[in-house]
Design a protein around this ligand. Structure first.
Ligand code: MG
Length: 265
């Protein structure tokens, strides 16, 4: 199942996204949210006049209680920032107030001299979970996957011992355009970032240092994950600075492209 959130009849609704003649279209709206923790196969929906996804006014497709991020989950990215390859996942938060829809502008704060894109695959949780059993399969806990830009004020991240400020500005967490359960990161999914059309990152989930079952288990040993919570899985090598006027496009294979322009605050 693939879905988005979009502006429809004056309010935000979850839309079912289906491929019609090779193009993604919104064909139905959900009468109950798909990320509330229930069984997504039986959710009631209503048919609407079909709308090409490309023509929809997209909203952020997730409503998490928290966004848990993994730092340095690709060897080559750890190396490019001069960091050791970690021996266990490094976790940090981005606040829900930093969320931004595909198509909206990232606002570069005046107090930062260097802001970087970080293209990432993100997990959307489908079940409440805490302290998983040793042999528990994490896949049934996952609702789907989306694209996330872990936008970062690199100078502030380096200056502060906590990353809350450097990672937490409003608009620093673009997510979308859709959430889909139809990909398998364990089988390898490509993550690519382009800036103004130039390819800057080209990674694959097969290169995770810590695969999803390790990451989810590690997080759940600390805190309860709620339905709808988002986990950003780390960025491949190739991060770099962007300035006002740049357009960042992050594509996760078979999910879609998250597109945002950068503007000065
Ligand atoms: Mg990151």
């Amino acid at each position: 199942m693939k879905y988005c959130r979009f502006q429809h009849n004056g309010r935000g609704e979850y839309g079912l996204v289906e491929s019609v003649a090779g193009k993604d279209e919104i064909t139905r709206v959900f009468l109950k949210p798909p990320d509330a923790g229930g069984d997504v196969e039986d959710l009631p929906t209503k048919a609407i006049a079909r709308l090409p996804l490309a023509d929809a006014k997209l909203l952020v497709p997730v409503r998490p209680s928290k966004i848990v991020c993994v730092g340095r989950n690709y060897r080559a990215h750890a190396a490019e920032l001069g960091n050791e390859v970690p021996t266990e996942p490094l976790l940090f938060f981005k606040p829900p107030s930093s969320l931004l829809a595909s198509g909206e502008d990232i606002r570069r704060p005046q107090i930062s001299q260097r802001t970087d894109f970080e293209g990432e695959l993100a997990v959307v949780m489908g079940r409440r979970c805490y302290k998983l059993a040793g042999d528990e399969d994490v896949r049934p806990l996952i609702l789907g996957y989306t694209v996330l830009n872990d936008f970062t004020a690199r100078d502030l991240q380096k200056k502060d011992s906590q990353w809350t400020r450097g990672k937490g500005f409003d608009t620093f967490c673009p997510v979308g355009p859709v959430v889909t359960g139809e990909i398998d990161p364990w089988a390898g999914v490509g993550v690519e970032t382009r800036v103004n059309g130039d390819l800057r990152q080209h990674g694959n989930t097969l290169d995770f240092i810590f695969p999803l079952e390790v990451v989810i288990r590690y997080i759940c040993d600390v805190m309860t994950l709620e339905p709808g919570d988002v986990i950003a899985t780390g960025t491949p090598e190739g991060v770099g600075p962007v300035v006002a006027g740049d357009t960042i496009e992050i594509t996760v294979e078979a999910v879609g492209t998250l597109r945002n322009r950068v503007v000065d605050e």
